[in-house]
Design a protein around this ligand. Sequence first.
Ligand code: DGT
Ligand code: CA
Ligand code: CA
Length: 569
Amino acid sequence: MPNAQVARFFEEIADLLEIQGANAFRVRAYRNAARVVNDLPEPVATLAAEGPKALTEIEGIGKDLAEKIITVVETGALPQLEELREQVPPGVRQMLLIPNIGPKKVGKLHQELGVNTLDDLKAACEAGRVAALKGFGAKTEQTILEGIEHVATAGRRFLLDVATTTANEIVSGLLSLDIVDHASVAGSCRRRKESCGDLDILVTSSDSAAVMDYVAAHELVEDVLQRGDTKCRVRLSSGMEMDVRVVPDECYGAALQYFTGSKEHNIVVRRRAQDRGLKLSEWGLFKGDERVAGRTEEEVYGPLGLACMPPELRENRGEIEQAEIGELPTLVELKDIRGDLHMHTTATDGTASIREMAEAAKARGLKYIAITDHSKRVTMANGLDADRLRAHWEQIDLANRDISGIEILKGIECDILEDARMDLDDDVLSEADWVIAVLHYGLKQPRRQIMKRLLMAVEHPYVNIIGHPSGRLIGRRQPADIDYPALFAAAAEHGTLMEINAHPMRLDLDDVHTIAAREYGIPIVISTDAHAPTGLDLMQYGLTVARRAALEKQHVANTKTWKQFQKLL
Ligand code: DGT
Ligand code: CA
Ligand code: CA
């Protein structure tokens, strides 16, 4: 069981306790546990197998928690969580999916208005009962109404890291079987979309019944929803659903092409086949009754006059036209990345020291990093004032002297205050190697004020980049209301860069706005925002956004050496 999945058990406990109005310290302890488990450098399941002692040696994990982790890893369940799930009605738990409404507010709605379902909640909003509740108001009521719509239409989606980790585990399990020849994830997960509705897995095998048996018995599978001879649909313990299809070897490429999608891409490709007197389906490319191709994706695209496109591009956003004239971009790759310019240490809310982060970055092949702890406005994270920041930078000087093979830059993640001033004065900002400006507070301000803040930062002489520009948390917090053309025009003019924050919950800029930023000629920096050494591994998810935006190496500034990079600044 992946660490992220173990962590989610504790996160859900925290959510449900908070709905019940439990003691805030208790809630925080579980949230903390979730974060510790999530950030562990090694599989928590391995430690659990060694027994409770291996776990209690980790800071933030006591005896009680260690036992719970062992139970989760060994049984895939936790009695305490089962009990809580029974106490909190399913309709109330569903309210957690409403963007911008946290467990505390859900608890209040449930206890004070007696709402038990999304329908109840909708009726309460329409009757104005939610607006009348202390701490809510008309604006929150409106947010909730829109959010209910969102939950109803979008359903539950899963973040790309959860989908990817799960898919990798299933696929590598399948590939280890003697009876399996090929196995791959398809669908939105293969296209590396920021969130996935479900997983789609394709397999070729001499014995499809044995594949079905294997899937049904897999430790990640909780429930078999449908089972046929060559196809099944299951629910995983994370709640995510998964389709598995066994196809004949001669159809594998056609099936992979079909089930990778997107639907929009497939419609155009299929029409192209028709225009050439061919028929394309998941079974192959046919001329009349004769199958002319199907074994590989290249074989399927070839007769249609198309080069095979990387799955990330298959959204009908111009890739088919490029494939036709042989001008597909050479997408940026993880191995092109030389530096990581956004990370935290124990000086604020990180869990590792400057040196530990530098060593971890070096071990991952990076040549330079920027330490960018929070500025003082972020009191919750123990943000730095000018004096503490300068002392922190002295520590960076010392670390640079001792550690060779990697350059450590003196950075800061500086808040853009609600009134459009920077959180730290110019004199200290001028001494930094690298200044990230970010919005953390007042994200719901009207567009005019949001833009005033962003444009102030873009035009600021010491600001190098805007970090996670929209402030969204996927499925949890709406983005700020940004006029992107105005932002990018100003950034291009002032030479301010834009970040793709690689954290799977942020992925901010997203793919669509990254395409726009590239069109303005703005260099993009992909950064992990790591709060622990393992956080550096999230770079791969930032790459997915860049690749979906068709970025090549030359568009991504942190593929340069630090020396080349400085010329940009
Ligand atoms: P998701 O699961 O909502 O994140 O998105 P996808 O893209 O994985 O969609 P899914 O799981 O419904 O179907 C997987 C792929 O199968 C999809 O990307 C394209 C293909 N597909 C499914 N249904 C249709 C259809 O009705 N028409 C076409 N052309 N393709 C389809
Ligand atoms: Ca899917
Ligand atoms: Ca599906």
